[in-house]
Every structure is written in C-alpha cells, then in structure tokens.
Design a protein around this ligand. Sequence first.
Ligand code: UDP
Ligand code: MG
Length: 309
Amino acid sequence: MMLSVIIPCFNEELVVNETYKRLKAVMQQTEMDYELLFVNDGSCDKTFELLRQMAQEDDKVKVVNFSRNFGHQCAVTAGIHHCQGDLAVIIDADLQDPPEVILDMLDIQRKEQANVVYGVRKSREGENWFKLVTAKCFYRVLNKLSDVQFPVDTGDFRLIDRKIIEEFKKLPEKNKYIRGLVSWMGFKQVPCYYERKERFAGETKYPLKKMLKFATTGLLAFSKKPLKIAIWLGIISVVCSLIYALVILILKLVHPTAFVIGWTSIILITIFFGGVQLLTIGILGEYVGSLFDEAKDRPEYIVAQTINI
Ligand code: UDP
Ligand code: MG
C-alpha cells in the first residue's frame, strides 16, 4: 500500500520546511510506502527553491510546479492527477490541519473500509469571527440550495482511495469545487473529527475576493436555485406593481382631484424594478459566464516542470 500526501503551496516559504518535517515524522509512523507531492501554485517567494532542495535530498518528495498561480482547487486537482498512491491525503501546507490526524484517518479507513475519510473541524483556532461566521453560513446555505447534501464544516483535508482518484480523473469540468465533487461521487464516506489549528506562519492566501469566488464556484456548480430565485423575484415584483396599480385606481376614483403628486412613487418603482432586473441579469450572467469558461475548454492548470515524478 502506498500513500500520497498532496500539499498545495502558494507563497509558503515560511512553512514548507516545517510541514515537511512534521509530515515525514507522521509517514515514518505509518510504516507505509509514501510520497509527499507538493504542488507549487506559482509562488513568487522562495517556496519553489525550498521544495527543489527538499526533492534533491529526499526522493520521496515530488514537486509539480505550475507556470503561474492557478488557485488552490487547481493545485489540488493537479495533485490528484499526478499522485501514485493507493490512498491519497489532501492537506494544507500551513499546518492548520495537523498532519498527525492522517494517522487517525488511516485507522478509520482501515476499520470502516471507507473510500473517503473527510476531516470535520470540531473547532477552529486563530480564525477571525468574520471567516468563522461566513464559513458556517456558507456550508449551511449551500446545503439548503443544493440537491446533494454535503457534510458541514468540512474542507478539502481528507483521505481518498484509488477508486475516488480514478473517478475524479474522469470529471470533465474545469471549475472544480472539489469537496463538493467528492461528496457527490458517493461510495462510503466517513467523518474524522479534529481540531483545526492556527496557521504555523505567514498569512492566509485566501483573501475575501478569493473566498467569494470559491463560494460562487460551489454554488453555481451544485445549485440551480438562484435562477429560481430570479423567477420568484420577477413574480413578486409584478404582483407588487399590480397591487400598486389597483391602489392608485381606487384613490383616483375616491379623490379624483387630489392627484398631482407622484414623483416619489415613480422614482421608487423605477429603482425597484431596475434593481430586480439587474439582479436577475446578474444571476443569469454568472451561469452564462461559467458555461463560457467550460466551453473554452482550456486546461485547468499548466505544469512548468516536475521533479522526481
Ligand atoms: N493555496 C494555493 N493557491 C492559492 C491559495 C492558496 O495553493 O491560490 C494553498 C495554500 O498554500 C495553503 C492552502 O492552499 O496550503 C490553503 O490556503 P490558506 O491556508 O491560505 O487558506 P485558509 O486556511 O486561510 O482558508
Ligand atoms: Mg490555512
């Protein structure tokens, strides 16, 4: 049995050496054959240099180097495409997901004969309240909107087996929301609870903009309900306007002379309908945009070079 550890890295010069040490220690405890597959997602610091040195000294270290920054999900995808193991673990480079938990995941996998063991965060240290609240809300809203049910408070930290890896490789979509896709695949999936730690060093590589993009990807890929919301908004506003027309008609009949006012109502109605229209066009646009991305059929990532692979 061989275990692959997939580690996406973007500007992680402050942490990769420590990550390597901690992972190495854990791998020695498993007594399995293993590979540490680092995917350098176009870092502009010394991350790649450090990985290259590591790979020179230790042939268990493998490196996939991207031509530029393609994003976390693409880096994980490349890891899954390039890994050799019968089992693979996806883990962040920043040690927020403690490598020691991999041992628990392996135990659970063996005992339960599971195809996926996904990490569920019991607690999250050192995360600001904004990230905690938005993440909690997002996973729950997505579950409400989607036909597939996803485990909540679960990231990409998980163990997957060859079956899942092979099925994953067949997926043609480019804009991947990996944690969703793995849940969607089915097979036997079991949770493994753990405490999410503080980042070892450096800053988050997921600023608000990337987080929003990620959330939109998840939503667009797994729910068509926003389009239905657009229809409902349209229906509600039409009903509102009909009621308003009726009210005006009655007022005109009751007080035919007192009717010169109207500027405010016109402005309000214009703004309201303008807003509804823009919102619905925006929702449509998001779906059309993601169709456009898929239609272009560009690769998800470009590999500049690989080491030890
Ligand atoms: N990451 C990546 N490409 C990116 C952004 C992040 O490969 O464009 C990696 C990053 O190096 C880390 C993991 O994805 O290993 C998770 O990122 P981070 O810890 O910054 O996110 P957070 O834990 O704050 O959500
Ligand atoms: Mg992190």
